[in-house]
Design a protein around this ligand. Structure first.
Ligand code: SIN
Ligand code: FE2
Length: 239
């Protein structure tokens, strides 16, 4: 069966075998899920459920083109740990980590070439989401693309390698569900757990720009459009 085959695959190839079916996600239920939305808002996190659904196919095609030019890879932390999340980038510079540390690099260390350009679809979606969250005139210049296979996780961290911390972060989820962890300005602050689904966007910035955040281990499953993975686009102003 086509869907079974799709979910037996891992990696960007799966993106080529998507169907045009919508997910079972109910936009109405999500929009009126007061508790999660209110909890997030109290912490300065704007949650836009299903915001990216109308451009799902364009976004996935753009991700596939980027991953063809700059393949997903598991980077090493400065301490030498292989990250469970596979990453690639697009835009003026790309976020990388290796034994030398965390940084933005104008060249992809894996290919020696510049990163693929930031697609108009990413920039437009980020600007609209940021503006709804109260950040007018946000224009991202970079996007980190994270690919989570089942079990992959992102430990609590701050996004602090960007030059201008007045710009917000716009983060978009596609594929498998995830639990986003959104904490405070101290690593020890207990994080709020926000369920994220295919097409959801979250935005944070201003007083919470340096909030610790992460993603709990992704639970195994098969998303009808994306397959056996979660994709995340983190759009930022890096320079
Ligand atoms: C990140 O903080 O870079 C990723 C967040 C996410 O995958 O939702
Ligand atoms: Fe982050």
């Amino acid at each position: 069966m086509a869907r079974g085959r799709l979910c037996a695959q891992a990696g960007p190839r799966a993106l080529r075998h998507r169907s045009s079916r919508r997910t079972a996600l109910s936009l109405t239920d999500d929009l009126f899920d007061g508790s999660a939305a209110e909890g997030a808002a109290r912490l300065g996190l704007t949650h836009l459920p299903g915001f990216a659904l109308p451009c799902e196919q364009t976004l996935l095609a753009d991700i596939e083109a980027i991953a063809t030019a700059a393949p997903f890879r598991h980077m090493l932390t400065p301490g030498g740990q292989r990250m469970s999340v596979a990453m690639t980038n697009c835009g003026a510079v790309g976020w990388v980590t290796d034994r030398k540390g965390y940084r933005y690099d104008p060249l992809d260390p894996a290919t020696g070439r510049a990163w693929p350009a930031l697609p108009a679809s990413f920039a437009a979606l980020a600007a609209r989401a940021a503006s709804l969250a109260g950040f007018a005139r946000f224009g991202p210049d970079v996007c980190l693309i994270n690919r989570y296979e089942p079990g992959a996780r992102m430990s609590l961290h701050q996004d602090r390698d960007e030059r201008d911390l007045s710009a917000p972060i716009v983060s978009l989820s596609l594929g498998l569900d995830a639990t986003f962890l959104f904490g405070g300005l101290k690593r020890s602050d207990k994080p709020f757990r926000l369920p994220l689904r295919h097409g959801d966007v979250v935005v944070w910035g201003g007083a919470t720009r340096l909030a610790y955040h992460g993603v709990a281990p992704v639970v195994d499953g098969c998303h009808p459009v994306v397959g056996r993975m979660r994709l995340n686009l983190t759009m930022r102003r890096a320079r």
